[in-house]
Design a protein around this ligand. Structure first.
Ligand code: SF4
Ligand code: SF4
Length: 195
């Protein structure tokens, strides 16, 4: 998931919103299942990637909402294997990304995805503050958001000792430019929300 949301859609049904915001049509999919066969996380998902597309194709509002509530869309790594394998050139990774944004916007995030979302937010906060990722800051923020205070706690001293982690963030030359990008993105989003 990127720092910015996709532009807010004016379309009413989810397939139209997907089309408007990603350029992808779910109706190009003929359910061959090649995306699911190649997906490294399909076995862990509550619905397979091609089932998510099917839920959007049927034009049933309850199924569209169900797609936005799935754990699948949050487990997706955006590895793009599905997009590369699709014989119909459906960019399913882009569709998953849009569904995450829409799920967040409508308050339908799967309860099990809260840690994934917390990690994502801590990651973006770290980039926004430092202009680049500061791993120790990211882990500290993630632990505070999730209260998984002791998770992997024994790994940190080893990484610090080997110099793999830096206690304090490094400043980078483009830090102000990165912060401007975040500011502009938030302003754009607020403008769209009020339009
Ligand atoms: S690979 Fe493409 S056409 Fe086949 S099921 Fe997946 S999205 Fe649909
Ligand atoms: S982009 Fe997501 S859905 Fe597609 S193969 Fe990778 S993890 Fe699976």
């Amino acid at each position: 998931m990127t720092a910015s949301s996709h532009p807010k859609s004016t379309a009413h049904d989810l397939p139209s919103q997907v089309k408007q915001n990603t350029g992808e049509s779910v109706f190009n999919c003929y359910q061959c299942g090649k995306c699911t066969a190649g997906c490294p996380l399909a076995a862990e998902m509550d619905y397979s990637p091609n089932q998510i597309v099917r839920m959007l194709q049927l034009g049933i509002p309850e199924l569209e909402e169900e797609a936005l509530k799935t754990f699948t869309i949050w487990l997706c790594l955006t590895c793009e294997t599905c997009s590369a394998r699709c014989p119909q050139e459906v960019d399913l990774a882009a569709i998953m990304e849009y569904l995450r944004q829409e799920s967040l916007r409508r308050g339908l995030v799967h309860p099990k995805a809260k840690d994934i979302l917390a990690f994502h937010q801590a990651f973006l906060d770290s980039i926004r503050k430092n202009g680049r990722l500061h791993e120790v800051g990211l882990v500290a923020a993630y632990k505070m958001k999730t209260l998984h205070l002791l998770q992997d706690v024994l790994v940190a001293p080893k990484l610090l000792f080997r110099g793999k982690l830096k206690l304090f963030p490094h400043s980078i030359a483009g830090k102000k430019a990165v912060q401007k990008i975040f500011k502009r993105t938030i302003q754009e989003e607020e403008k769209e929300d009020h339009s």
